[in-house]
Design a protein. Structure first.
Length: 454
């Protein structure tokens, strides 16, 4: 069953449910309401009649002007019989001819209610349902009995019920039209989304969903478009990675092959043979290091339980990373300024986090003119590590790419150091950013949460 049909059925089912509940409640309530209203009207009418009668000559009761007056006001639309009975049980007046059955019924009502001020009773006359209203007032000198035909109430209820059915039918048609319109708009967006997903499943990520609505479908489409952009960026990064790694592997392998062929042909003298062997060993070591870095990066990004997290001191991890680069510092004649005053506790894999900071520090040493500065700031439950150099800084177009694998910067150098560092920080839940200093030099910022005992 398609979503369109489900939407139609949902709308119609909801409307029918509401309608059935409404009709059931209305049907039970409306008849009672009409009868209660009739009781109030009849009682009010009986009081007026009792007032007129008690203020007339009892020997000449005449309600014709009274009836005409109230009929002109449509106050007697539901009254069939108006009967006046004296306190001793004599029928003194009736607006209609009374047959034997009616008289007996009236006298029975009188006998049962002559001791009360007023009363109501449901009954029937000539097999017609009727409402009997008797009113004697406080004096009980005369009793006014009004008999109303309930068949008119029931007919009125039926006519009103038919009107509700017609209104409900029109409402259903209108609701169905609205449902069709809304469902088409929804289905249109879903079909576009379906087509875009189909294209993505075929590794074609150039299909974006053009939905401008602000509902949940529009939100899904927006997130899908962002996902497509991320996947496309990832694919392009993978392509660049393959291109770069092929270059990184091909260059040393070509050199190794060239030296090996010269050694095989015996065209080198002994001193050059030793130099060629040293270069072969150097290239092999470089390849080995490169392969180990690739394996390490792959494990960091994909292998579960590759990290062993424990409570550690951030300042100590950074200090060990500095010591690891001590020889490089001396060779480059660069100094490091790092004088922490506090201890910042974090949850980390000390070995891996030291590797990440070591890679960042090594990169800063490589491009620094004289100095690398490291600072740690803590505020509430967050920390920020700033590592900066006084070199030339980044080119603006480089900043968003320096963490890509084998990205070759302005000086033509490439590698995996920054990529590995970012992957390690990501696994720790830390955020790393790169930017240029206002004056001169590059700056790395690493932000994260401090550790708190549970």
């Amino acid at each position: 069953m398609s979503i369109k049909i489900k939407i139609y059925l949902s709308y119609m089912g909801l409307i029918l449910f509401i309608f059935v509940v409404f009709v059931a409640l209305f049907y039970a309530w409306f008849e009672k309401y009409l009868i209660d209203q009739m009781k109030e009207d009849n009682l009010r009418f009986a009081r007026l009649i009792e007032f007129v009668v008690t203020n007339q000559n009892r020997n000449t009761i005449d309600l014709k002007p009274f009836e005409s007056y109230f009929e002109s006001l449509e106050s007697k639309i539901l009254q069939d019989y108006i009967v006046i009975v004296s306190s001793d049980g004599v029928i003194e007046y009736s607006n209609k001819e009374l047959d034997v059955e009616t008289r007996l019924k009236i006298m029975k009502i009188f006998d049962e209610n002559k001791d009360v001020q007023y009363g109501f009773e449901m009954g029937s006359i000539k097999e017609k349902p009727c409402l009997f209203t008797i009113y004697g007032g406080k004096s009980k000198s005369v009793f006014v009995i009004i008999i109303a035909d309930l068949a008119r109430v029931l007919n009125f209820k039926k006519r009103f019920f038919l009107l509700i059915l017609q209104t409900a039918g029109l409402s259903c048609i209108f609701a169905a039209t609205v449902a069709i319109f809304i469902s088409r708009k929804m289905i249109e967006g879903l079909l576009r989304l379906k087509e875009a997903i189909k294209q993505a499943s075929q590794l074609r990520f150039n299909k974006k969903v053009e939905i401008t609505t602000n509902d949940e479908i529009g939100m899904i489409a927006t997130e899908f478009n962002r996902l497509i952009e991320k996947i496309e960026e990832y694919n392009q990064a993978q392509i660049r990675f393959l291109q770069n790694i092929s270059h990184e592997l091909k260059t040393p392998l070509t050199s190794v092959r060239g030296y090996a062929e010269m050694l095989k042909e015996g065209i080198l003298d002994k001193s050059k043979m030793e130099s060629a062997a040293d270069k072969i060993i150097w290239h092999v070591d470089r390849l080995k290091s490169l392969i180990n870095q690739i394996i390490d990066l792959t494990k960091i990004e994909s292998v579960e339980n590759y990290f062993s997290f424990e409570k550690g001191v951030l300042e100590e991890v950074i200090f060990e990373a500095i010591l690891e680069n001590e020889g490089y510092l001396l060779s480059k004649e660069v100094t490091i300024e790092f004088a922490p005053q506090t201890k910042t506790y974090i949850l980390c894999d000390k070995f891996r986090l030291k590797e990440a900071f070591s890679n960042i520090i090594s990169n800063c040493i490589r491009y620094a003119a004289n100095k690398v500065t490291i600072e740690i700031k803590s505020e509430k439950d967050e920390f920020e590590v700033t590592i900066e150099d006084d070199g030339e800084g980044f080119l603006q177009e480089e900043i968003d790419k320096i963490f890509e694998r084998f990205y070759k910067g302005k000086r033509g150098e490439s590698g995996l150091g920054l990529s590995i560092a970012k992957a390690i920080f990501d696994k720790h839940g830390f955020l790393i950013e790169a930017e240029n200093k206002i004056s001169k030099g590059a700056r790395f910022k690493i932000r994260g949460k401090t550790y708190k005992e549970q």
